[in-house]
Design a protein around this ligand. Structure first.
Ligand SMILES: CC(C)(COP(=O)(O)OP(=O)(O)OC[C@H]1O[C@@H](n2cnc3c(N)ncnc32)[C@H](O)[C@@H]1OP(=O)(O)O)[C@@H](O)C(=O)NCCC(=O)NCCS
Length: 186
């Protein structure tokens, strides 16, 4: 069970549950083809983005496996949501979860995704008592796998052409960190 106290403050960011009033900020990145390039989603219009946001508003705690915690990442100096991070609780018995992240291109390349994703590792290992946290990405999504490596996750697998994605074969990298490895990095 994970019920964090919000907002969670990092050096430069605030992480908090989404609010319906975040729609303009969310649409600003969800509508962009380059942001959706390696996501299962397609570029959103306002209606799609509002539907997604309405679900995310309630995804602020983990009470059972299968649920996803999704947090808005706010840059106070810009007074806006610049991205989002998520922690999906795959198994209570095996203490496994998966992290994910999506940021507006204007706020990429500044270390914000790393700063926010590090909070997910803290919540997962310290808050939820996980044994292993995984992250996966398209093998062509270099910004994503480079971020996993900066966070300290290790590449465990490269599944070549393992699925048809948006009309073409794609490979998938699987990265992970174990609780022991997390504690050594702290
Ligand atoms: C994946 C994604 C979140 C990575 O974002 P990112 O901004 O590249 O990641 P980071 O926050 O770790 O930033 C790292 C970059 O910021 C730079 N940086 C600048 N200032 C920094 C600082 N103060 N601290 C740390 N890094 C800093 C780093 O040097 C690095 O640049 P480089 O990639 O040129 O070496 C982003 O590309 C994204 O949202 N993509 C679209 C959605 C997507 O594909 N999500 C993943 C699905 S699996």
């Amino acid at each position: 069970m994970l019920r964090p106290d919000y907002p969670i403050k990092t050096v430069r960011l605030l992480l908090r549950p989404f609010e319906t009033t975040d729609l303009d900020d969310v649409l600003a990145y969800r509508k962009l083809p380059e942001v959706n390039r390696y996501l299962y989603s397609e570029p959103s219009d306002r209606v799609d983005a509002a539907e997604r946001l309405a679900k995310q508003v309630d995804q602020c705690e983990l009470t059972d496996e299968g649920q996803e915690l999704v947090l808005a990442v706010v840059l106070p100096e810009a007074d806006r949501v610049v991205g989002e991070v998520g922690l999906t609780w795959h198994s209570q018995e095996h203490r496994q979860a998966e992290i994910g992240y999506v940021f507006h291109p204007d706020f990429q390349g500044k270390g914000y995704a790393r700063e926010a994703a590090a909070v997910l590792l803290d919540l997962g290992f310290d808050g939820l008592g996980l044994h292993r946290v995984q992250a996966t990405c398209d093998s062509r999504n270099e910004p994503s796998w480079r971020l996993m490596e900066r966070l300290g996750l290790c590449r465990e697998a490269h599944f070549k052409e393992c699925e048809i994605f948006k009309g073409e074969w794609r490979g998938v990298f699987v990265y992970a960190m174990l609780a022991d490895e997390y504690r050594k990095l702290k």
